[in-house]
Write a protein that binds this ligand. Sequence first.
Ligand code: MN
Length: 733
Amino acid sequence: MSVATLTEIEQLIQDVQSFSPDADASLIRLAYDFSATAHAGQIRRSGEPYLQHPLAVAGILSFLKLDVTAIVAGLLHDTVEDTVATQEELEKKFGKDVARLVDGVTKIGKIPFKSYEEKQAENFRKMVLSMADDIRVVFIKLADRLHNMRTLEHLEETKQKQIAQETIEIYAPLANRLGMSWMKQELEDLCLQYLNPDAYAMLKLRVAKRDEERYQYIESVIAIACETLQKAGLSGEVKGRPKHLFGVHQKMERQGISFEEVYDLTAIRIITDTKLNCYAILGLIHSIWPPVPGRFKDYIATPRSNLYQSLHTTVLGPQGEHVEFQIRTAQMHRIAEYGVAAHWRYKEDGAITDRDEKVFSWLRQFVEWHKDLSDNRQFMDSVKLDLFHLDLFHDVVFAFTPKGEVKELPAGSTPVDFAYAIHTEVGHHCLGAKVNGKIVSLRYHLNSGDTVEVISSANQVPHKGWLKFVRTTRAKARIKHWLKGEEQKQGLELGRRLLEQEFRRHHLSSAQLFKSNELARVAQEFGVETVEELIRMVGYGRLPAMQVVTKLLPAQHSEPGKDESISEVLLLKPQPALLEAKAVKVKGSGDVLMQISKCCHPIPGDRIMGYITRGRGLTIHSVTCPNWEALDYEKERLVEVEWETDIQGTHAVRISVVAMNQTGVLAKVSSAISSCQANISRAEITTRDDGKAVLDFVVDIANTLHLDRMLQAIERVDGVTTATRRRGWQGSR
Ligand code: MN
């Protein structure tokens, strides 16, 4: 009777159906055909057809006993990246889930890799996990990497080293993190082979030689253990443990000990059926060989964070040699070997759709298996720890600096948060950012894998509006701190100016007063500690400057300022501030770095247009700005913008009023302006030869509607000929 050789794909289907009898074979075949067509003509470095690779990856996934969706995605995992096949095509033919898995694997493959320091590597591993909506993406990526490592010999040496380095820093620890110890060990051994070929060759030789020498001894220990178990009526499988070369190598390096010292330890594993039997067998082993003190570890009661469970003990075996035992149930063993993947084989129904469900179901199931342990604090804590880690990934993004450094930030973080994560000064001067080479708004929400280049300017300073969208407490704290310092500085300066003015009016010398102790005395009288604070109080408007003067001149009464003209009021006002950038929104995005142009100075209500300048971001001009022609603009740099609908605050506008030059006209016009709830921050009168006067004002108004209303009110004033808004800002004095 001859057994027909199965084709590789039929073998795969048979394997899958051996653990999942209902598996849809036609779907697997379809994926195979699709992949074969897509990769047709492509050859791997080994000379094999490319198809061998996805087939091998699917084989590893089948070995992990994953579901059909994952296996199909494994067959297709390189089609979108390396062939003409598209995401849409996959979705149409194989469904959303498969398409999404392939997309996830493709994305992880695109993350730039540079050699990382320890913390970086940990961030990176977390990032890989966080980017995978579905833990199966990570399984496929690991299977992909494992097969590439297994066939690494065909690449040139530099490439080998680079891939092995990435594997040892990222993927082996990732496999470990997911509790997939066999994969971790195989990856590590392969890495050692390429990263340190001499050490690998030496170890391989010595281990083989040693195993030969020790074969008899190990067999005798196993025989005694088996016999003891049988006599006690306990079932259990007793085995020697497979060798992990990298582990031996690491131990030698880290502890600075010889091969013999590491390797002399005989390692035996006993796999039994129940947890109770684990403890019973432990007692039995301890009864025939004395335990070495301090070497017993109960990872059943207290599992490791990757859910590893086992009892570990070292005993003085035959001839007084150290023998290490690991005792665990078959289920614990499966978890020790397959970790998270161990759970997947039970999920064949595909009933779980929610992505969180997918990530957590294994944990929940695990908790269910161990309900009887739920009162064990430590156990629960370790499970929580894992839940916490996994859960956090949904709330965390990992973004890169242009140098490849990873920053971990809460989800919803913006380029400003990123800038502050680099350095406070970088945050303070953050003007904009490029994400993956494209300019984005400061409110842009970063995604994992983004490379962020902060654009900064010495002139930029933190903005109060930033507090509304930054996400990290660090950024918030730094911005608030800066704003507070700034407020104090401004308060101090304004207070000083107010006092100086008040001193002048009373013919007091500011220079002398600020130097003397007089102000310190006044400060004390107001219950303030320092002169600086006194000045700030004046600046904040909590203490009228007049009152300070009164304390300095107790005998005299200050006379009311007889020439409190409008122009003097102006002195107290800071320069009209440029419109806040948040007042304007760019169509199709949030706010970007922008400034209101000084040539036409539009206000809310004006029709506006954005122009992307080189280096200064977006400038906002009025559509009627006379400078458009002079700008010599490039059409592709024009951006449609519009005002936000709920702009707070006022904006400075220049108006010009022509009136008969008669007494009282300034007062009347001023009062008309005030009656419209507009502030005058500057006034200037020019008398013309024709007997008319030109009154130039700078007023703070809300928008064009407000402005029109005010201009009409002014024109109704007796003696006024015209009231118009003046364009242009600079050089207007
Ligand atoms: Mn691949």
